[in-house]
Ligand binder design. Structure first.
Ligand code: MLC
Ligand code: AMP
Length: 479
């Protein structure tokens, strides 16, 4: 992938420290040498669980430079969640930092070698020349939770990532003049691939924040040309006088994705800032699929048109044209790591990936997402699979069964809620339940509300009616 000139800035942190493209190449090649010295060979998996920092990006690129496979992990994952990734990915190395150091004993118990990001940065070895890789070789594995409660590793090839970065650069007109505000985490597709790879391939630069911070963003807007975020970023700006038309005068493009952007948010944001948010749609397994156009109508409530080279179709449309969204193209994963059954289930016989989202097309070919076939909650852009939480709750003493579902939330879009049926005579309280699941589930997956019921509502087929539970919880909250 061609990137910027050596003297051009690639990234500036909040304290004003600049990494140029020249610095970046040097650091990446040196970290690659450090990884090699730590025993990482081409094709090996490198797990990385460190706080957001430029070092995280150097290690991503160094892993790929060394011909290995980068596996980023959410820093919110607990040691027990990490245990599963260690055994499934069988990595040659786990990289931790001071914020995640408590995971070391789990890795040692699993006989996985550990290095800290500081040690790798301090290793003084000559730069490693880049290891040649083929387009179909793996560059990364990103874990996404699943409907069975077990995470699956979506394999992403070099071609998956490069083809998508090229398509997005073209679609969004990125170039060396662009300055992107980067306030997303870097363990997901959005912050790691969409934001970073598009910047790199365009020779553009990033203003790199450790986390989302409204004040920091307000201060950076005059130096920036573009921002990428989840809808919560933009709904939090609405009504805040710092985000007015004057503040956005220097910006050319505001992009949203990872969760539904309400048409009301689109309208209120446009009214306040003068910018029509460009909404796009993607998935860990497919990278980006569709985008509203740069020129032409950005239709609120739609996720736009298929990207160049990407085919989208609606399977088995009903009378209203609504059906399952299926995707094919160079952006789509070859499958799940060590999981041929799940891979086979996820593709149609003619090679389309089944997204699990329900959509329809308008007369101009714009895609709207109208629902989900998969049981999924999207909270502040984080995907949470109810099954993973139900498995933990059901295993607690005194619990007969549980159902986890999403409730509408003004800030995060949705939050997790649970309905729990106890065994006769059991006395488990909400606080006890939360304390018992805490060691097993990252904080953002914890139910924000729990209701104890005598029985779960079921349809005639015996299937739990989560829509009914949602209605009951909304009514209870209103009373
Ligand atoms: C934080 N918390 C959340 C949460 N984020 N709870 C539920 N859902 C979330 N998304 C909890 C924390 O555990 C903590 O709990 C409390 O909220 C405050 O934490 P914080 O870090 O200060 O939160 P905040 O700054 O408000 O974070 C909200 C956010 C963040 C929206 C800025 O969640 C975020 O950056 N989301 C982006 C996710 C993302 O990148 N998704 C892309 C996936 S890729 P407590 O109680 O302990 O205080 C993908 C494909 C595609 O989907 O198409 O892009
Ligand atoms: P993930 O599995 O974490 O990569 O999340 C992918 C899912 O996020 C998709 O299957 C969609 O359900 C959802 N998603 C991503 N972008 C959008 C969007 N713009 N609007 C609605 N849902 C979205």
């Amino acid at each position: 992938m061609n990137t910027g000139e050596a003297s051009q800035p690639f990234l500036t942190t909040s304290d004003g420290t600049v990494t140029t493209y020249g610095d970046l190449r040097d650091r990446v090649a040196r970290r690659a040498a450090a990884l090699r010295a730590a025993g990482v060979a081409p094709g090996d998996r490198v797990l990385c669980q460190i706080a957001k920092s430029p070092e995280g990006l150097y290690l991503y690129l160094a892993t790929v430079w060394a011909g290995a496979v980068f596996v980023p992990l959410n820093t919110a994952y607990t040691a027990s969640e990490l245990e599963y990734f260690l055994s499934d990915a069988a990595p040659a190395l786990l990289i931790l930092d001071e914020t995640t150091a408590s995971a070391r004993p789990k890795a040692e118990a699993a006989k996985v070698k550990v290095a800290t990001s500081a040690d790798l940065a301090a290793t003084d070895l000559p730069p490693l020349p880049p290891v040649a890789r083929k387009p179909d070789d793996l560059a990364a594995i990103l874990y996404t939770s699943g409907t069975t409660g077990r995470s699956k590793g979506a394999m992403l090839t070099h071609d998956n990532l490069v083809s998508n970065a090229r398509a997005l650069k073209e679609c969004w007109r990125f170039g060396p003049q662009d300055v992107l505000i980067h306030a997303l985490p870097i363990f997901h597709t959005h912050g790691l691939f969409v934001a970073t790879n598009v910047t790199l391939i365009s020779g553009a630069q990033m203003l790199f924040l450790p986390a989302f911070d409204l004040t920091a963003i307000a201060n950076l807007l005059p130096q920036a040309t573009t921002i990428m975020g989840v809808p919560t970023f933009y709904s939090r700006m609405i009504g805040d006088p710092r985000f007015d038309k004057a503040a956005f005068a220097h910006m050319r493009l505001v992009i949203s994705g990872s969760a539904p952007l309400l048409a009301d948010t689109h309208a209120a944001f446009a009214e306040q800032t003068g910018h029509a948010i460009l909404e796009r749609y993607g998935m860990t397994e497919t990278n980006m699929i569709t985008s509203n156009p740069y020129d032409g109508a950005r239709k609120a409530g739609t996720v736009g048109l298929p990207l160049p080279g990407v085919q989208v179709r609606i399977a088995k449309p009903d009378a209203a044209g609504i059906g399952g969204i299926e995707v094919k193209g160079p952006n789509v994963t070859p499958g799940y790591w060590q999981n041929p059954d799940k891979t086979a289930e996820s593709f149609t016989p003619d090679g389309f990936f089944i997204t699990g989202d329900l959509g329809q097309l308008d007369e101009a070919g714009y895609v709207s997402i109208v629902g989900r076939e998969k049981d999924l909650v999207i909270s502040g852009g984080f995907n949470i699979y109810p099954k993973e939480i139900e498995v933990q709750i059901d295993a607690l003493p005194g619990v007969n069964e549980s159902a986890v579902f999403g409730l509408p939330h003004p800030d995060l879009g949705e939050v997790v809620a649970a309905a729990v049926v106890l065994n006769p005579g059991a006395t488990l309280t909400e606080a006890e339940l939360l304390a018992m699941i805490a060691p097993h589930l990252a904080r953002f997956k914890h139910p924000r509300s729990i209701r104890f019921l005598d029985a779960l509502p079921r349809n005639t087929m015996g299937k739990v009616q989560k829509a009914e539970l949602r209605k009951m919880a909304i009514m209870a909250a209103a009373n």
